[in-house]
Ligand binder design. Structure first.
Ligand SMILES: Nc1ncnc2c1ncn2[C@@H]1O[C@H](COP(=O)(O)OP(=O)(O)OP(=O)(O)O)[C@@H](O)[C@H]1O
Length: 651
């Protein structure tokens, strides 16, 4: 079936060109609209598969307004626009388009953008259906389990978390005049840990009497449909709703999503999500709320129907009709060995839980040493492929002339030096996962081959005559800004889009300094055991100093630092920790704050300092790569990017 495309474009010539080019390529054009109003009418009557939207259109409404409605209707769209104003682009990006084509465009650009969009859409739908099926199954397990009502809410909260992020969730029957505040809240304090905060606990935390909480609760607005609040709207909400203001201020929350569920007896049961991230919620979450509405309403009915539940105080009780049997216990520690519970890291865990069961490619983005490889391993070991091979390839460590044969293999005699047949990494990873680390370093000619593996799912050994079918899941990682690499012609746009189906962003350590004490303790224990030296826990002073550092080398730098200091320790304590530009430990020094420089400049200075220490030596023992605990190839590419010449000492 050819896909139906709606074109929303007010310049006739462009609309006509697009229409001809798409029909020639086998698409069906189900309409051309030059205003948002006309587009909405055509959407109603023709239900397009994809919509191409220009941003500025005749009439008051823009393409961005249309995009928001399309998201609510779950219809994918691509922008085709000449507008390169940064503000407009940012607003457009926020609507999560499936692609963006800049005018004037080449036929090829539009066709590739559509091809990629169709692929991504397929993957999204597959993920969406999978999500729903998983959640449905979990909900049934939770409902029929013998756990108490709080454990059930926590279990349900955990099941939703990968799809609707939150650090604080509160549930309860919507406020009615004269009734007491009776919501129960769940503050996320670890990957699998939640602190339960009932009315009494909130009263203690906030130092307000229960009656005062009830008064604040009366100011809450009744919501009839799922709604999200961010930025000024969030501020305005807090101005109006006393109870939400109290929660947001006490627990430092910056965005809110409310999901009202209509119960059989006409009461409304609210599930309120709060996040520390200002932009945590978007129209996509409303789509999810809509999708999960029925399931969660059934869950709420069940909760309120089961005996002894204080949540039901604010509504008349009914008899439970559900049978009970034991459910399986919930997840053991799925992220063992990955230390930290900052909300940024927990968010990454949620993404992993969400994507691991699917077969989609995953692209892990983040600076060097942030734990990308660890996350890649988790994706594999939490997937149905977990008992199949997990093959790692460090693309930066492979010499250009060998990458080809390393990845795809070669036949005997296919080139000088090919004495035997070699099975490439892709074949080795068959039915499992391949982890392509430092994918940004792959030369363009290999990128074409990689694209073919992704598209056709087959490979050819060098010098081979047959194509070999492979079933491999790709997880790739890079510390480069791939969008920039694409813009500068070093990375193929089509490959980027294929890989970028599900991006996971690893936060740098400087953005989650709250994880430093736990990480430091973990490495202290690990290397104490390894070296057989007993070392006391780090003192507060040393920990404070660690928190003051910017960690351009991220967790690897911290790990390295702890290891080195254990080796250097003369007794059972680490007294002195030398950090670049900062001296910690006695004698106390007065720090004048260094001038604020950009992170890139910081990284540059850090590398220069290491190079200086090693007299410019990069590779091998005592080289800068060793000091920074980076693969030399990564250091080399960083130096190139930061404009550091090898003969830096002459600079
Ligand atoms: N959350 C964590 N808890 C414990 N150890 C961690 C964590 N994250 C990373 N590490 C450790 O830090 C080091 C660097 O991690 P990893 O190799 O996964 O980073 P990376 O982002 O893949 O780096 P690169 O881009 O340089 O390949 C490893 O020794 C890893 O075990």
């Amino acid at each position: 079936m050819p896909k139906k495309i709606l074109i929303v474009e007010d310049e006739f010539i462009i609309a006509d060109t697009l229409s001809n080019m798409l029909q020639k390529a086998g698409y069906r054009i189900c309409g051309i609209a030059d205003t948002v109003v006309e587009a909405m009418e055509l959407i109603d009557t023709t239900t397009p598969d994809f919509v191409l939207i220009d941003i500025y259109l005749i009439g008051k409404l823009t393409g961005i307004d249309l995009a928001n409605s399309l998201t609510e209707m779950d219809i994918p769209f691509i922008y085709i626009s000449a507008n390169s104003n940064q503000k407009i682009l940012e607003a457009a990006k926020k609507t999560n388009p499936y692609g963006f084509v800049v005018k004037p465009f080449r036929e090829k650009d539009v066709l590739i953008a559509l091809d990629i969009a169709i692929y991504r859409r397929g993957n999204n739908l597959e993920n969406g259906l999978r999500q729903q099926a998983i959640l449905q199954k979990k909900a049934a397990q939770i409902i029929y389990s013998e756990a108490d009502w709080k454990a059930k809410i926590i279990a349900m909260g955990k099941a939703i978390q990968p799809y609707i992020p939150y650090e604080f969730m509160s549930v309860g029957v919507a406020a009615k005049a004269g009734l007491d505040y009776n919501d129960f809240s769940f503050l996320r304090i670890g990957f699998e840990e939640y602190q339960v905060i009932g009315p009494k606990e909130l009263s203690v935390i906030s130092n307000l009497k229960l009656e005062e909480l009830s008064k604040l609760n009366q100011t809450d607005q009744a919501e009839m449909i799922a709604t999200w609040y961010e930025h000024e709207e969030f501020d305005e909400l807090l101005r109006l709703s006393g109870i939400k203001r109290l929660i947001a201020k006490t627990f430092e929350m910056n965005a809110h999503l409310v999901m009202p569920l209509k119960l059989r007896d006409g009461n409304i049961f609210n599930i309120c999500f709060y996040s520390k991230r200002k932009d945590a919620y978007s129209a996509d979450h409303l789509v999810l709320c809509n999708r999960y509405q029925e399931l969660l309403t059934a869950f709420a009915e069940h909760l309120l129907d089961s005996g002894n539940n204080p949540l039901a105080v604010n509504r008349p009780k009914a008899q439970s009709t559900l049978p009970g049997y034991m459910s399986q216990p919930f997840n053991a520690n799925l992220f063992e060995g990955i230390i930290g519970n900052s909300h940024l890291l927990l968010n990454v865990f949620d993404n992993v839980i969400q994507v691991a069961p699917a077969d989609s490619s995953v692209l892990i983005l983040g600076e060097s040493g942030t734990g990308k490889e660890k996350i890649a391993e988790r994706i594999h070991f939490l997937s149905p492929r977990k008992s199949r091979p997990f093959i790692k390839v460090n693309c930066a460590a492979l010499p250009t002339n060998l990458i080809d044969s390393e990845l795809f293999g070669h036949e005997k005699g296919s080139f000088t030096g090919a004495y035997d047949r070699k099975i490439g990494k892709f074949e080795q990873a068959h039915t499992g996962t391949i982890f392509l680390d430092e994918i940004g370093e792959i030369p363009l000619e290999i990128q074409v081959k990689l694209l073919r593996v992704l598209q056709e799912k087959e490979i050819e050994r060098i010098g081979g005559r047959i194509t070999i079918k492979t079933d491999v899941r790709i997880v790739a990682a890079t510390n480069r800004n791939l969008e920039k690499e694409v813009a500068e012609g070093r990375f193929r746009l089509d490959l980027y889009y294929r890989l970028n189906v599900f991006p996971i962003i690893m936060p740098p350590l400087r953005d989650r300094k709250e994880d430093i004490p736990a990480l430091a303790a973990h490495f202290l224990e690990h290397y104490s055991k390894k070296t057989g030296k007993f070392i006391r826990p780090l003192s507060t002073r040393v920990l404070d100093a660690l928190a003051g550092h910017d960690w351009p080398g991220n967790i690897r730098e911290l790990e390295n630092l702890i290891e080195r200091n254990i080796l250097l320790a003369k007794d059972d304590e680490i007294h002195h920790v030398i950090l670049p530009n900062v001296q910690i430990g006695p004698p106390a020094v007065v720090h004048t704050p260094p001038p604020v420089v950009t992170m890139l400049e910081n990284e540059r200075q850090h590398i220069l300092a290491a190079l200086k220490k090693c007299n410019g030596k990069i590779w091998g023992e005592g080289g800068a790569a060793e000091i920074l605990n980076l693969p030399p190839t990564t250091l080399n590419s960083k130096m190139k990017r930061l404009g550091i010449k090898k003969e830096f000492s002459n600079m």
